[in-house]
Structures are given as structure tokens and as C-alpha cells.
Design a protein around this ligand. Sequence first.
Ligand code: NAD
Length: 488
Amino acid sequence: MKTMALVAGAQVDTDHFIGGRRMASESTFEDISPIDARVIAEVARGGQHEAYLAIGAAKAAFEVWRRVSPKERAAYLHRIADLVEERVEVLAAVETADNGALLRSHRRSVMPRVAQNFRFFADYLTDSLEVGEFHTRGHRNHVSYDPAGVAVLISPWNAPLMLATWKVAPALAAGDTVVLKPSEWSPLTASLLADIVTEAGLPPGVFNLVQGFGEEAGAALVADSRVRRISFTGSVPTARLIAAACAKNLTPVSFELGGKSPFMVFDDADLELAVSMAVEQYDNAGQVCLSGTRLLVQSGIWDAFMERFVAAATSLRQGDPREEETQIGPQIHPEHLARIDGFVSRAKASGAKVAFGGGPNQELGGLYYRPTLFVEVDPQAEIAREEVFGPVLVALRFDTEAEAVALANDTDFGLAAMVFTSDPERAERVSAEVVAGTVWNNCFYVRDLRAPFGGSKRSGVGREGGAWSFDFFCDLKNSVFSPHGWRV
Ligand code: NAD
């Protein structure tokens, strides 16, 4: 059954996109808007059949795409970026309707970053990707980045198009062909991306899109033996299922997973800076993998920090994410709100003290949850250890630097860490001791796309960004040429 939707004034074709053509499914699923919990679209519900066709289309197109020169591939990526830039307003409005994150962020930073994802890998491909040449007793070693084949890309709902294109762009740049499966809770901007790649003239089958549920479409895609790479961003439990599914074919995987990042504030920190950055941890209603959800505050600054932090966090303006003044929007889905509330209820029941928040926002109703802070929490308690993925922080007190580092590392996760101190030597020491993919000293969210991005421990497997993306999406090959016909 053909599916189309009118969302935020834009026509969105919500069918799959396979081999350069839209394809319907026999059944559909409902997509709701977090803004008012109403259904905004019927979306094609893919499964085994659609996964099979999409991988087949991608495999056939690989024989064409891998022979397209890096320079031409870069030109396609720049054309896609141009079209994203032309459509920032539409993409931003549809994304906000679909996932409830702030419209102004989508307009000003997220959608421009989507375009930048394509430009960065296009430029990297032509400027920086080095092909090694070295000699061994007259024999020439030539190291090349060869396209690997079909890449399955599975993305989450918290930053749908930004995270999807952070995979699509390097995979296409590398010469792979792709099958994207966006989250069933935010499927719409991926559909708009299918329109964009069509207009950019990308050969049919190079980019494919399968919509549907994780346990249906997602599971079918990751189990297919024709797939050469799987790049997944999402939760640890899903990563375990994917790892088990692709064990059979030994398909290489890249996992970008969850976090419970420490936000460390030392006595000598710039208090205003630390407080303003701590409040940012509620960004996207706390639905950010990098969020510093464990505030670790040194005893000497505890009272001053808490007084200011509580004042700032409780005056955050919650409401409709389309309004310019809104600072915190809704949670993504009723199931997710119930999951967040489950964590909060269990924490309360076990004696953790609520400093503020602690439940849904009754005035707004729907999917709005109050920014919440727990204090006097046992560091071993569930609320201090598990990723809530909502606007829920815990604050823990420490006395010494060694204690701060021990608390920071006392977690199964290792995605990010934030350190606030005016002592540069302390920043260096703590940064060296903390186990995390990214450590931000006196800052947060600073991203240079050349830097590696990913998580340690259960926060991930592998790194994305710069050359690391090419290392993943390519097969590295060493060809040895002998001018003499000798064996060494
Ligand atoms: P999720 O694991 O529930 O789903 C992610 C994707 O996997 C969705 O597209 C889903 O349909 C698909 N999926 C589900 N089951 C599957 C299966 N059996 N086989 C194949 N695919 C399947 O995660 P989510 O709730 O969408 O996202 C939130 C999580 O993502 C959080 O843990 C968050 O920390 C993490 N995240 C990590 C990063 C990062 O860069 N490290 C960025 C954003 C989000």
C-alpha cells in the first residue's frame, strides 16, 4: 500500500527506496509526533522481503559505484550537501515534528551539520586520504583503501538525520553502497534524504532505504550474508542482538552506543562556566548519548554549585519545540517516557533524594517530563549506573582528585567525560586517567570531524570520524610489486 504524509507542510513519501525507486509494503506502521502524541504518518513496514531486495540492489550497484573515481564520488557528495543546504527549513521542520527536538537547533546547527557530514568526507576523500607507498628491497608496497561492498547502516531517533548521514556520507565516499534503516520512531527525514540523493543523480541502488521495526527490517538486514559492513548507533541491548546475528557471517561491525558520562567539577573551576555547561546536559530533553548525567562535584564547591545549578535548571523553559524560547521539548514516545519514569520511580522508592523534577510535566501533559536531579545517591544504585536517556541527572560529591577519577571510571560505559578546573595540569592528569572516547576540558560538544569519535567499554566498538571512518568502510589492501621477479 503506497504511503505518503503531509508533515509540517511538506510532502513526505514514506515508502521504502530500493534500487532507485519507491517501493510499498503490504503493511504499514504509525509514526507519532512527540509534540502532541498524534499520528503524523503511516510508514511502510519492511521485513525480510524488503531487506532481501534492498541488499540485492545495493550489491548490484556496488559493481558500478566502486569503479566511480574518488573525485566523482566527492562531486556527488557535494551535490547532496548543496541540496541539504537548500532544504534546511523543510528538513528542520519535519525532523522537529518527528522527534520533538528543538526547531531552532535543527535549523541552526543540526541540518547545517548534515550538509557538513557530506562535505567533510568529500573533501577528506580528495585532500587527506593517504595511500601508502613504501619499498622493501626494491619491491614496491602500495597500500590502498578499497571499497568493501554493501554497508547496512542502522540509526537511532535522537538525532535522526545527523547520525544517519554521519554513516551514509563516509560509506558512499569510501565507495560502498548502502542500505539505511532509520528508527521506527523517527523515520521521516531519511525519506527526504532519498529524494535528495535522487535529485543529486546518485546511480540507482547506491543508496537504499528500508523502513520498519528493528526486530523485523533491522534484524533481517544484519543477518544477510551479502552485507560487508554494519554500522550501528543505538543501545547496548540492541548491539548485543546485532553482534550475535552477525557472528555467523563474521560481518565487521561498528557500534556507537550509550553512556553515563561523568561531569566533573573541581573546587577551582570557573563556577559560572561549569553551571552553564551542566545545564546543557538536559539538551534534547536528556536524549543525548554524550550527556554528562553524573555530576561529580568537589565538596568545597558543592553548595555554591548546587545553588546556582538548581536555580538555572529549574528555570529552563519547557514546551513546544517549535517555539523559539523553548529550551526543553518532549520525550520521543510514550514507551520511552514510561521507561524514564520507571527509573525515576525506582530511584525514589530506594531512597534517592529528588532535588527537583521527578515526574512528568502535568501542566504540559503528553510526553513532557520535568528536568530532574537526584542527590544523595548511592553510586551503586541503578539510577547512578544505568543510562536513563531522559532529563534525569544524579549528583555525587567527592573530596580528592583520585576519588573523582575513581567515581568517573566506576561505570560500564566510557563514551565521554567533562572536566571543569582552572588548573591546566589537573586537566591533563584527569584527562589521561579517565576512560572515555572523548574528554572535554572546560567545554562541551566541541566537535572537529577530523577527530575520532566513539566509546570505550560498553559505549562502543570502533571509532568514526576522519580516516577512522575510511578504515572501517574500506578493505585495506597492500599490493606488492616486484620489478625483478624476486622472492625475498
Ligand atoms: P535502539 O537500540 O532501540 O534502536 C536503534 C536502531 O536499532 C533503531 O533503528 C532500531 O529499529 C534498530 N534495531 C532494534 N532492534 C534491532 C535488531 N534486533 N536488529 C537490528 N536493528 C535493530 O536505540 P534507540 O532507542 O533508537 O537510541 C537510543 C540509544 O542510542 C541510547 O542508548 C543512546 O545512548 C544511543 N546513542 C548513541 C550514540 C553514539 O554516538 N554513541 C548516538 C545517539 C544515540
